[in-house]
Every structure is written in structure tokens, then in C-alpha cells.
Design a protein around this ligand. Sequence first.
Ligand SMILES: [Zn+2]
Length: 444
Amino acid sequence: MNQNLSSLSAGRHWLTIIITFCLVALAITLRPMEVSANRAEVLSTRVSISLPGEPDILKTWPEPDSTNNVIWKREEVRKGDSLARIFKRVGLPFSALHEIIHSGNLGKELKHIEPGQIFEFGYSQERFTQLRFTISKTRTLSATFSKGRWTTSEKLKNVEVRNEYAQGIIRDSLFAAGNKAGLSDTTIMQMAEIFGWDIDFALDIRKGDRFSVIYEGQYVNGEKIGNGRIIAAEFINRGKIYRAAYYTDNDGNGDYYDPGGRAMRKAFLRTPVKFSRISSRFSKKRWHPILKKWRAHKGIDYAAAHGTPVLATSNGKISFKGNKGGYGKVIFIQHGQKYMTVYGHLSSYAKGIRKGKTVQQGQVIGYVGSTGLATGPHLHYELRMNGIHRNPLTIKLPQASALAQKYMLGFQKLSASLFNQLALLNPPQATALDDEQTTDVFTR
Ligand SMILES: [Zn+2]
């Protein structure tokens, strides 16, 4: 909103400067002797042109509701605020708050408040009868008191979705290149997630890697309010082209597929923590910093901050949860007959995690810690196939299901034009930058 206002006034400002310039230029040509007088005149006109209007625009928000003589009081959520504190600040009793929160399912949503959000308190005949809460640019909750009780309702604004395009070349980091291309951090992370099964964004990214993206831009009344999902994307990693497009089947299940209709998702996530650094790899022999001797390291260590969520890398059943020697607090997950994954040194377990419980791929099962034999917070992750430790980074993992045959034609029709657009955005070029140099993808 503010940005719009300032760009509006900036636009007007430039227009007046241009007009001023033209008039002055005209004045110079016509009456060279009176230039200074003319310029002063024009400048004073400019001031009187640009001043009105602006304060009016600012005053129009929030719109006062004049129906039924309701008087509105506006209160912004401050840092550390609670609903009770806000009610107290505007002088309303806790009982009113209690009634509103318990007036239906929507009432509970009032509890999730963030600094900067707006509460509007409506009074008719000095009695508090209405509450409005602006949750987002598209959603407002209202509570109204009538016939002795509070009822809550919501108002949704129409979001218009427009396709937006971006393209970039990685020079320093994925985030730097993405931001430069106009992508938000969320969209950059989405892209890393889509290709994360094939490309290890912590290790495989090279200078000169390129991407192009088609994503949803969301607009309300012509004003951009955010980004939706990526519709299609292309990533060229060390010369190899990866492409994905989003497709929703008739049952409403949406997912990303490659041009052949194979799911981008694999049966296993490549990494069990989001965006961490690998601190120790799978090896036959490594110096153990605590045991002070050489021994095999049959897993991957991911250094991550204490408390970082740990994700189940595939659907499965928890076969062990508890303390186990050097592992410290550890979770074992059995995936079918063949595979098992192990997550060690946890600081704590996620809620509801216990032996025998089924978990989904990507579900948070615990949190990074340094229990057991660990020098610092990290996750020790193992993948065993038929009881044998395998390197999770190099093992060829089974694919998730492909698109059902009955959807294939529809998908190919839709994706062909998307992939064409992506290829046009990302034309092949000789960008053989230093291939050996690894770039730090997740720093700016
Ligand atoms: Zn380890």
C-alpha cells in the first residue's frame, strides 16, 4: 500500500518535473529575459498541484463504517502482544474476549496474531458490538454482537493469479541469483525443493548453472500481494537439464512431474534436514574425535543448529525410539521390508512420535541435538538396505509413482507449452564458467 502511494507520488513528481522543464524551455525560447520569474511561477504551481490528493489517499484507510452509527477504534498489534493485552489496552473486559473466541471455529483464529496486524473495535451507542481483524491482504474476520451473542464471519477478497517469469544464472549463490531475477526467498526455496531429489543444492551447484521459472503472482485489486506456487521450472546443473511442471489430477492431487510424466519426488528425501551443511561423509575409515581412534563412519553427519527439525526421509513405521549408546537419543524408521533409516544425536522427539507409529515423508520426527557421542549439534543419518549400511548420498533410490496413464495426455498437452516457454527464457549459451568451483548456494 505504502509502496504504491510513494510510487504514485514519485510518478507525479517526475511528471511535474518534466512539465516544469518543458515550460521553462518554452519560456527560454520565447522570452529569454524573464526566465527566472517564469520558473518561480511554475515551481509554485507545482507545489499547489502535488499537495492535495495525497493526504486524502492516506486518510481513506481504514474505511470508517458509518452504517448504524458505529464508531471504530483502530489498534495495531505490537511486539509481544496478546489478545488479552490488546483488549485491556482499549479498555474492554476479558469476558468479551472470551465470548468472541468461543463463538465458533473462526473465533479461535483470532488467537494467532502478529505485530502489524490491525484490530478494529466498533462501538454503537458506546457499546462494544463489533470486532474486525485483518488477517492478511485477502482475509478479514468479523465478530458481531447481536441478540445477546457474538457471531463470527470471514470476508475473502478475490485473488487474481497471473503467470510471472524469471530467469537467472548462478554467479555467487542460488539466493543471490534468485533475488536478482526478482524471485522471493520462498520461491527460491520452492525451486530447491522441486529439484532437491536430483540436485544436491548443498554440493552440486556450480557457477554458470542456470534456471528459469514460471510462477503464480497473486494480485488483489491490481496490487501485488504475494507469490503462489511454481507452475514450471527448468534448472541446468553442470550442463544437465532438469525440468518440472505442476499438474493436478481429477482428484485434486497436485505434484511436480518431469516431461516424461515421472514424479520429481523420489521414495526417499535426499536430506533429512533442511539446508544444513554436511560435516562428515560416509567412509570406511575416519578419525573419531571423541573415541580418538579410526573407525568407519556409516552415515552422514549434517551440522545444523540445535533444535533444527529432523524429517523422516520416507513413509514408514517407527521401529525404535529412545537412547542407544553413542547414538544418544535416536529414531529408527522401517520403510517396507528393504529399507531402514536412522536419526541420531537428537535433542528431543517430535510430539506423538513413538514406536509403531506411521510417519509420512517430510514429517518432523525430532530435533537436532548432541546427545550420545557428539562434539556439537548435528544429525547422524544412516540408510540401511537389507540390513547393510549404504551411502545415502550416492545410493540410487527408488522413484515415487509416475502420473497415471489416463492423465498423461492432459499433462503433456499442458506441460509442452510451459517447457517451451522455459526454454525460451533460458536459451542455451556458452557459459562454461569455472566448473570445478563450488559455490555456496545458501548464503547471500
Ligand atoms: Zn555420524
